[in-house]
Design a protein around this ligand. Structure first.
Ligand code: FES
Ligand code: FE2
Length: 365
């Protein structure tokens, strides 16, 4: 099992998923209930709150409860919590026990994602969250996306995304062509920053249906795939497609190419489940709803090919005897670097932090 790195930010949801209905998600084995505070006439409020999803009384899930203004009223006996997780009402008595509170988690809404911090709250620094600004820049990019849960160790998804040569075999007829598996790639590792970059530049490749139908390019293409993985959670694939031989200008401008930013957020849910958030952002056909529908549905099929493969792989791994020795080759260089970084991050912040002393952690920032 791939160990969890606790002192890190993780994507728990898209911002659009969190509103005035409670949403339950489990991140790093911790069940969390999310909601958004009320907005007033001036537009103030609307912050995302993340509370432990277990009532302190008899453990009823708060995500199955209801909101009363900005407070959560437990759906079982009515214990009521404010945005910091402090209980402000218990039924049948005036005195509220001092220990009547649930943990609250630091939360940041950025680049269309809700990021949550699971580890020691004192170490939660919002400036360290890796950026994916294209997701929230609708003037320059049109984005489609979704989230699919996978019944597997999150390390399997990291492996999958770090080596795109699998596109040729698992996604043939969708995004894979022979050139992806045949073209060598380069790998750069910034151990300190926890970033792995894997690049594969194909200068004379088949145009797979995903790009042929969205860009309208006919014939051979120049296809670049530049991966940037910010361990543990954020994965960016900068994809550049152009007619064969068309390169960026010397000044870096690139008006004759099509650019697609493919974003994944890899969020371990439990030891054997992972949330696979995916998004496809394009800088062409902006606002074209038919193209958006095509890219959404087509990419979801691709994602489901991975989901089904990883579900099967996990089942297979679960039945094998311990101590099996994997065989790695060149294509695994990026994945192995990612595993090394994840192991280090887990070792640095692997233990659950001690419960924070009062005052409680701010619920939203
Ligand atoms: S379980 Fe929540 S009030 Fe009893
Ligand atoms: Fe894939």
């Amino acid at each position: 099992m791939t160990k969890f790195a606790r002192n890190q930010w993780y994507v728990a949801a898209y911002g659009r998923e969190v509103g005035r209905e409670l949403l339950g998600r489990t991140v790093l084995n911790e069940p969390i209930a999310f909601y958004r505070t009320e907005t007033d006439d001036t537009g103030a409020g609307g912050q995302v709150v993340a509370l432990a999803d277990r009532c302190v009384h008899r453990r009823f899930p708060l995500s199955a409860s209801r909101l009363d203004g900005d407070r959560v009223v437990c759906g079982y006996h009515g214990f009521t919590y404010d945005t910091t997780g402090t209980c402000v009402y218990v039924p049948g008595q005036k005195r509220i026990p001092r220990t009547a509170r649930v943990s609250s988690y630091p939360v940041v809404e950025q680049d269309s994602f809700i990021w949550v911090w699971i580890g020691d709250p004192a170490l939660a620094d919002a400036t360290t969250i890796p950026r994916a600004p294209h997701l929230a820049d609708s003037g320059k990019w049109t984005t489609v996306g979704g989230m699919e849960p996978i019944d597997g160790d999150y390390g399997l998804l990291v492996d999958n995304l770090m080596d795109l040569s699998h596109e040729t075999y698992l996604h043939g007829g969708y995004i894979g062509t022979p050139e992806v598996a045949e073209t060598p790639m380069t790998t750069e590792v910034d151990e300190g920053a926890g970033v792995v970059r894997v690049s594969r530049h194909m200068n004379d490749a088949d145009c797979p249906p995903f790009y042929a139908r969205s860009t309208g390019i006919e014939g051979r293409i120049t296809r670049w795939q530049d991966i940037e993985y910010h361990a543990p959670c954020l994965y960016l694939l900068h994809s550049r497609i152009a007619p064969k031989g068309v390169l960026p200008n010397p000044d870096g401008s690139d008006p004759n190419a099509f650019h697609v930013e493919i974003t994944y957020a890899i969020t371990p849910s439990t030891d054997s489940h992972v949330y696979d958030f995916w998004a496809v952002s394009r800088d062409f056909g902006l606002g074209d709803e038919e193209m958006s529908a095509f890219l959404h549905d087509f990419n979801r099929e691709v994602v489901m090919q991975d989901v089904n493969a990883l579900n099967l792989l996990q089942k297979t791994l679960d039945t094998e005897p311990a101590g099996y020795q994997e065989l790695s080759i060149n294509i695994d260089t990026g994945g192995l670097a990612a595993r090394r970084i994840l192991a280090r991050l887990a070792a640095e912040g692997g233990q659950p932090a001690a419960a924070p002393a009062a005052p409680p952690v701010p619920a939203a920032r």
